[in-house]
Design a protein around this ligand. Structure first.
Ligand code: 4NP
Length: 154
């Protein structure tokens, strides 16, 4: 089983989009039973809240549901309980390393570092552009799946 955790700041926009988009992608590829996919935030600010409505609407436009998801804060146990911990932006990595106390097993990655154009995922909280965030995440998860294939993990 490949355990993947997406991480952003609030766990109401980017990381739940990543969670449900990767679930959708691996289902379409017939790989759903090989993965456990979840998301969390480095801040407790939005704890318990549902996915932010414009993010939910963007997913729905692509036929993806995020029903039932509630924001939760990243915990120190998330490190041992996951294989790939995928940050939406560099700032999330700094915050995660403080919570985990480092990354001794090399599990922490910035999602778009798997792509040919390494960068942060566009933050829709400030831009309001959820379709750009969707496109960035799509590029990231496709590159991540390609990486897993290259590494013979799937
Ligand atoms: P997320 O978006 O980290 O993608 O879930 C944000 C959610 C909340 C805030 C910022 C970004 N905030 O400042 O409360």
């Amino acid at each position: 089983m490949i355990r993947v955790l997406f991480v952003c700041l609030g766990n109401i926009c980017r990381s739940p989009m990543g969670e449900f988009m990767l679930k959708d992608l691996v289902a379409r590829e017939g790989l759903a039973d090989r993965f456990l996919i979840a998301s969390a935030g480095t801040s407790a600010e939005e704890e318990g809240n549902a996915v932010y409505p414009p993010a939910r609407a963007e997913l729905a436009r692509h036929g993806i549901s995020c029903a039932g998801k509630r924001a939760r804060k990243l915990t120190v146990r998330d490190y041992s309980e996951n294989d790939y911990i995928l940050a939406m932006e560099g700032r999330n990595i700094a915050a995660m390393l403080r919570i985990f106390g480092g990354d001794p097993q090399g599990k922490v990655f910035r999602l778009l570092d798997f792509s040919s154009r390494p960068r942060d995922i566009a933050d829709p909280w400030y831009t309001g552009n959820f379709s750009l965030t969707f496109a960035d995440i799509e590029e990231g998860i496709e590159a991540f799946l390609q990486y897993l294939r290259k590494m013979k993990k799937v």
